[in-house]
Ligand binder design. Structure first.
Ligand code: SF4
Length: 308
């Protein structure tokens, strides 16, 4: 059986690229160039709203302490370092005036107070999920809606947010599982969706297959896989629980193994082709135009004259 070879904190887990995850493999399969740019830290990814919302729901469903996990409000755009430097400048200006027997200007006092408020917010929000109060209430409602599912109780004895980092057949792989109950052989993943009516559970079979594979290799347990899904819609909420049939997960596991094989081949030769080189212009419309990386991808830019 495979062994756990590294312990990650949640923060380290997201930054690390030495161990591959199911989403690395998905990115790689989408466009090897995109993957390698991301791996080298060249793709700047802003925390997308839906990602933060999902993290909030996960956190409530994992019974985290809200005081430690959430910051309700808005965190400043400036870095803590910049704010502290600016505060020093303002304090120096005020003390210079004091030396000349003058009181601080109203604008200086106001700026100092604002900067101090921002510093406090930056410190309090560090490593926390930052949500406005309205979004936080919405997040709570989504979690409550999911918890209303009678079968969600199947996860009662599960461990939450379980990180596993291991080496299988010489490949370093990792995963972070929302719910893992080895005794009852259950893997669960919590999801949020903009519209339950259009939610497609098939999109997550690859992820569940990745989790099942790693758990089986490390613990020798072949789990059943579930998805628990809740609506983000602020006007009304629904939830659903999906069971992924074994045969579908088996098939996805096979696909994942194919992706890993291809990935290792490219890695060995340090050659990560783009979808354009590989598949021609048609793919550019299918993939590049939908790719987040499009605006700054050197392969996606227009290279020919446009005749108007
Ligand atoms: S824009 Fe196209 S070539 Fe560039 S990373 Fe995206 S899919 Fe790949």
């Amino acid at each position: 059986m495979a062994e756990i070879i590294k312990k990650f904190t949640e923060e380290e887990y997201y930054k690390d690229f030495k161990f591959i995850t199911n989403s690395h493999i998905l990115n790689f399969n989408y466009c090897p160039y995109f993957y390698i740019e991301k791996r080298h830290g060249k793709v700047i990814e802003l925390d997308k709203d839906y990602f933060i919302y999902g993290k909030g729901v996960d956190s409530i469903l994992s019974k985290d302490d809200p005081e430690k996990k959430f910051f309700i409000g808005t965190s400043p755009k400036e870095s803590l370092k910049d704010l502290e430097e600016y505060k020093k400048i303002l304090e120096n200006e005020i003390s210079e005036r004091a030396k000349g027997g003058k009181a601080p200007l109203k604008s200086q006092s106001e700026k100092l107070k604002k900067t101090e408020d921002k510093i406090r917010a930056a410190k309090n929000s560090k490593n926390k999920i930052v949500l406005t109060s309205t979004v936080f209430l919405n997040v709570m409602d989504t979690a409550k809606e999911i918890l209303k599912q009678p079968l969600y109780r199947a996860f009662d004895n599960a461990k939450c947010q379980v990180i596993i980092a291991t080496k299988i057949n010489g490949v370093k792989v990792k995963c972070m599982i929302d719910k893992l109950d080895l005794k009852n052989k259950i893997i669960g993943d919590d999801k949020t969706t903009a519209q339950m009516t259009t939610f497609d559970p098939e999109m997550y079979l690859q992820q569940l297959a990745w989790y099942r594979w790693i758990v089986r290799e490390v613990y020798g347990v072949n789990c059943d896989c579930y998805l628990a899904v809740g609506d983000k819609n602020s006007l009304f909420k629904r939830s659903s629980l999906y069971y992924a049939s074994k045969s579908r997960i088996d098939y996805q596991e096979e696909l994942n193994q194919e992706y890993i094989k291809k990935f290792l081949e490219y890695q060995k030769n340090n050659n990560y082709p783009t979808c354009i080189n590989e598949e021609g212009k048609e793919m550019r419309e299918k993939k590049c135009f939908k790719c987040d990386h499009y605006t700054y991808c050197k392969y996606s830019r227009q290279t020919e004259f446009i005749i108007i």
